[in-house]
Design a protein around this ligand. Structure first.
Ligand code: PEP
Ligand code: MG
Length: 745
């Protein structure tokens, strides 16, 4: 082995990768390990949710029935407890040896087990056993540990081991797609998608090609009907997602692939499967997370084609009790959502999927909770499920007691939300008379009205990139003007802050060229991107100014500014656009101009910029990411991302101090603005303007009406003396409890 260990390891992992299912992959690995280390047994255990260790693959162990080692027991339990390898001779003589009945383990005279660790927690163990009474060499033990690190990632893709008495109330975590709490019955989406189709031949290719044309036409008509339904309920920008499906379907290269397969003698379903796989693989291979997420669109289109081919249109659910349903599946498609009466749609849970998927955008617009990427869960239609979109958590098979408790919480929340909604028009004034402007973050036509209904004092952040992202090509100046005008008109004399395109990093436009960057969050994004593509900025300025006319309420906000040079260049272009429009006879005025403070480097420059800008808005999402060196979209490091980190709080105090000296109005538009504990800290610092997603407005307005500024200043002072985010949150939560503000109903 020796120098070849690395090579061997690569070979094992590569061979395993040739297998299509994770089950087969782990079997290939355990077989290969026993061969490589020359042992008689190699077994892989996975920890179940009740901590038992379940054997999921083995080479050489005689296991007449399912092997489950109870939590904390046996040598496997010792490996879990020690959290490092256990390499011993004569295992059966160990006091903690656990004999698996009928396994013939008495034949083995050595044991070496290493833990499988993921995100700092034990998830399984890899064990080798040998008939020889010999310890593994240090080199073999190290190789086993290396293989265990790879296996830890592989077994995460396997379904949870099924236990005879599966525990109730199991919790699974994913990525939050949309906030909110829901309880409902699972509706598993049809798993007989296009990917299950097997290879088959056709007798008459000419007929098959004709059938393809008919199917394509029927699917296009179906998509058009869905488009109309979505447009009526959610507006143009979301209906554009269905245009994306249509464009894929109308793309000649898609039909070319199918034709090729059919002409080679394959049946239509197989031809479609091959075409979808080809394009989906192309998207998956892209580095860019937005484009990567687009493989879902092509796969969902494939499933739709297959469903229509089978003559089986969307399965509207038999649901006699009309209770809420939790749509659940590998990928949930727009068609799945549209097929369900909206009052029955309780939540969406995707086994796969990312926060950037279109479904998350839809769920937000519809105001229903969504959790993405929870992994394969063993559930069946009709099982009860609790979905908590705020904490990206689902609870499976809740017991009656837990269900009762959550129903109570949900009922209280709904009742409370109704009360809050009734008073959402009231201003947010603290108990000691300080008024706070509470505005909405927006970016979709579908969230204009919820903002107004929920009592927004204006739009504090309009993310203009969202209407660009849900399209297939750049919107024209006129199209943009129409979108912006709708927002301005809807909000009347209330202020609207339009942020210029914040493209780059995790937000890419699929139809523009983009460059592979080693560190995209530190790369070409925000104004860096728009200054490099200044035609986009000019176009957008023109559209915003035309929508604004000479109204006082429109504000312009520049994202990711980090140098005076960038700010000056943005101002020069703005002045040029004003001149151009006035020369064209379109009367416009210079709107108030501000910068997002989200790059730490911008903070020290604020005093230099005070004559050039009219206000600032602090983007605490990015500011925290850059201050803490934690990628806000990387689940591997999400536990390190916390905007209540002392460094963020102290930096915010510094920003507010500078703005006071420079007489610059300041607002907060990151997620912190809607987190109750953070609100205490921010108001305590002197912030008087917050902007957040519209769903959160009524609660935060109510919270502010129940707090006193004097109290918040006191809590902040205590928080500024603490060195970690957890303790700061505790201080805030304690204050909320003592004030009797039971926020998290
Ligand atoms: C922020 O960074 O805090 C912010 C509001 O901008 P975005 O989340 O769109 O990057
Ligand atoms: Mg930002």
């Amino acid at each position: 082995m020796g120098d070849n260990a690395m090579l061997e390891l690569t070979r094992i992992i590569q061979n395993a990768a040739l297998e299509t299912s994770p089950e087969d992959q782990v079997q290939v690995i355990v077989d290969a390990i026993s061969d490589l280390i020359a042992v008689d047994v190699c077994s892989l255990y996975r920890q179940s949710s009740n901590q038992d260790m379940v054997l999921i693959a083995s080479h050489g162990l005689v296991a007449p029935e399912k092997v489950v080692i109870p939590a904390g027991q046996g040598l496997v339990g010792r490996v879990v407890k020690m959290r490092h390898s256990v390499n011993i001779k004569e295992p059966t003589q160990q006091p903690d040896f656990y004999y698996v009945p009928n396994s013939q383990e008495e034949l083995f005279h050595s044991f070496c087990g290493v833990p499988l660790v993921y995100h700092g927690g034990i998830i399984g163990a890899l064990v080798v056993q040998s008939r020889r009474a010999e310890l593994l060499s240090a080199e073999q033990e190290a190789l086993l540990t290396t293989l265990a690190a790879h296996l830890a990632l592989l077994i995460l893709a396997l379904p949870e081991p099924k236990l005879p008495n599966a525990p109730r109330n199991q919790r699974y975590f994913g990525i939050s797609g949309a906030p909110g709490l829901a309880i409902g019955k699972v509706h598993l989406l049809d798993d007989d998608g296009l990917s299950t189709v097997r290879e088959s031949a056709c007798k008459n290719p000419a007929n098959e090609l004709k059938e393809w044309q008919t199917l394509k036409q029927a699917t296009l008509e179906d998509l058009e009907q869905e488009r109309e339904a979505v447009q009526a309920s959610l507006g143009d920008s979301l209906a554009a997602v269905l245009d994306a499906y249509k464009m894929l379907l109308e793309d000649p290269s898609f039909t070319d692939r199918i034709t090729c397969e059919i002409e080679a003698g394959k049946a239509l379903p197989w031809a479609m499967r091959q075409a979808v796989k080809f394009f989906s693989d192309q998207f998956k291979a892209m580095d860019d997370p937005y484009l990567k997420a687009r493989h879902e669109d092509i796969e969902q289109l494939g499933d739709k084609l297959y469903r229509i081919w089978r003559g089986q249109h969307l399965n509207l659910l038999p649901s006699p009790d009309k209770g809420p349903l939790i749509l659940m599946g590998h990928h949930v498609s727009v068609s799945d959502i549209v097929s369900l009466p909206s009052e029955q749609l309780g939540a969406i849970v995707c086994f796969a999927g990312a926060a950037l998927s279109h479904i998350a955008v839809f769920a937000n617009a519809l105001g229903i909770p969504a959790v993405m990427g929870v992994g394969e869960l063993s559930v069946k239609d009709g099982d009860y499920l609790i979905v908590d979109g705020d904490h990206a958590r689902v609870t499976l098979k809740p017991t009656k007691a837990v269900l009762k408790e959550y129903r109570k919480i949900l009922k209280a929340r709904q009742g409370f939300d109704r009360e809050l909604l009734a008073e959402s028009a009231k201003p947010a004034v603290t108990l000691d008379g300080v008024e706070v402007a509470v505005m909405a973050n927006s970016g979709l036509q579908a969230d204009i009205m919820p903002g107004i209904r929920n009592g927004a004092d204006g739009v504090g952040l309009y993310r203009t990139e969202i209407p660009f992202m849900v399209r297939e090509s750049l919107p024209s100046e006129d199209e943009q003007t129409a979108v912006y005008r709708k927002v301005v008109e809807a909000y009347g004399d209330k202020p609207v802050y339009f942020r210029t395109l914040d493209i780059g990093s995790d937000k890419q436009l699929p139809y523009l060229p983009h460059f592979d960057e080693e560190n995209p969050a530190l790369g070409l994004r925000g104004v860096r991107f728009t200054l490099d593509n200044l035609q986009l900025l000019m176009n957008q300025y023109r559209a915003i100014l035309r929508a604004a006319g000479c109204g006082e309420q429109v504000h312009l906000l520049l994202p990711m500014v980090s140098s005076t040079h960038e700010l000056d260049a943005c101002i020069d272009l703005l002045e040029e656009v004003i001149e151009q429009l006035n020369e064209e006879g379109i009367s416009v005025c210079r709107p108030k101009l501000g910068v997002m403070v989200e790059v730490p480097g911008a903070i020290s420059l604020l005093p230099f910029w005070k004559e050039k800008i009219d206000f600032i808005s602090v983007g605490t999402n990015d500011l925290s990411q850059y201050l803490l060196a934690v990628d806000r979209n990387n689940p591997e490091v999400s536990k390190y991302y916390d905007s209540l980190h002392p460094a963020v709080l102290h930096e915010l105090v510094r920003i507010i101090d500078i703005t006071k000296r420079c007489d610059l109005p300041v607002s907060i538009c990151g997620e912190m603005a809607s987190d109750p504990v953070s609100v205490i800290m921010l108001l305590g610092m002197g912030i008087r303007k917050l902007s957040m997603s519209s769903a959160k407005l009524p609660r935060i307005k109510w919270l502010i009406r129940n707090l006193s500024m004097a109290e918040m200043e006191k809590v902040l002072q205590a928080a500024l003396c603490v060195d970690n985010a957890g303790a700061i949150r505790e201080l805030g939560e304690l204050a909320l409890r003592e004030l009797g503000v039971e926020y998290d109903k």
